[in-house]
Write a protein that binds this ligand. Sequence first.
Ligand SMILES: [Zn+2]
Length: 445
Amino acid sequence: MNYRKLLHFPQNCASFLANHHFRWISLVAGLPLFGMVTAYAITADEAETAAVKVRQQQVTEALALPTFSAVNSDTRYWREEPIRRGDTVAALLNRLGINDGDANGFLSGNPVSRDLLKLKTGQTVSVKTDDDGKLYALQFLNDDDNGEKMLVAVERNAKGQWQASADPVETQMVPTVRSVTVKSSASGALAQAGVPAEVRAQLNDIFADKLDLAQLKAGDKMRLVFETYLYQGSPITTGNVLAAEIDSQGKHYAAFYFTQGDDSGTYYDEEGRPFKQGFARQPVTNARVSSPFGLRYHPILHALRLHSGIDFAAVVGTPIVAPADGVVASAQRENGYGNVVTLRHNAKMTTLYAHMSRFAQGLKAGQPVKAGEVIGYVGTTGRSTGPHLHFEVRVNGQAVDPATSALPTRTLTPSEHLAFRQQSVKLAQDLKLLRAIPTTVAQLD
Ligand SMILES: [Zn+2]
């Protein structure tokens, strides 16, 4: 039989086959449903009976299949996908096999969602989808322009329209405890113990006046307590190091974080004496701290706010001075920071001054500056709600609390000393407990 010839006469296929060769019916009809050719060992006499049987079977299968696929397309589930370097939302969805023209149109065309959907490498995006590659919702955590932790959500509302939102997230703080014995390097041992990069940067900074963490030797020990913030039970970010101690080459160092009220805290030793010197000056004199560094709660929303520097409220035109000797790394205009100057003080530390009304006359990159020298003037350029200096300190590129890393540490008043005692006693007990644990890595949380 010429099968090709059959294809030229499709309207006659069934009758032609039925009349001439039953074997072909079972073959051709069976193909779309079963996706494979079943070999029927039949003779011409048995063919008619066989074909009838196959037809009956087809009806049963044909009814069952649509029901099955209808159940499938209703099933929606969440998938999680880490953001890779250079990822866009479109690329990430594509990787998950999601192809939803309607959703893509909203994600790329809506200015609100476009602004919110700036992805950061290493974050995880949760995507609600189904087996047909349709998108129902997408959400992830992000920092807004003020450093506030937001839950960005893009979803279809009840009317089937797309909408984007960003809301502060509710978090819970838990102290995390680690005990580390240096084998080859302190940073390696800390990383192995799951101590995040931000906390390692803080440790470098806390002990900067006493020792260089990179110089710690095998056998040296470090114990620390730091803040971890949880969102729905998963850690999303870290806060301050609350206590840290180092035993190195027969010497013991211990630092305790102390804060009262809304002020930025700083570190003191067991006796309540300032743990480090800091810069001799402030970048603006007699200015009030209007917003401290780090994570702060919204009292009602319990929302987490991450501020990468300290804000000093001051009138426009107040001179800003270099708090320590350094070299101008950059003096330029940026979107968020406005007129911003960066100073490099040593191989590890840089400081940043944002929202200036103007730079000091002739200030340019590469120029050395002395402590106390004017580098610019307070303003409200860039994304700023009012005249203030946004002051940042970075150690190895990582933002650290200027109050603990650079600004002069205040001596405690007698009443503060009493409060410090109460706070540090508990932390000292945690550290003491860690000392008794012989393992390299310990986690008590
Ligand atoms: Zn600020």
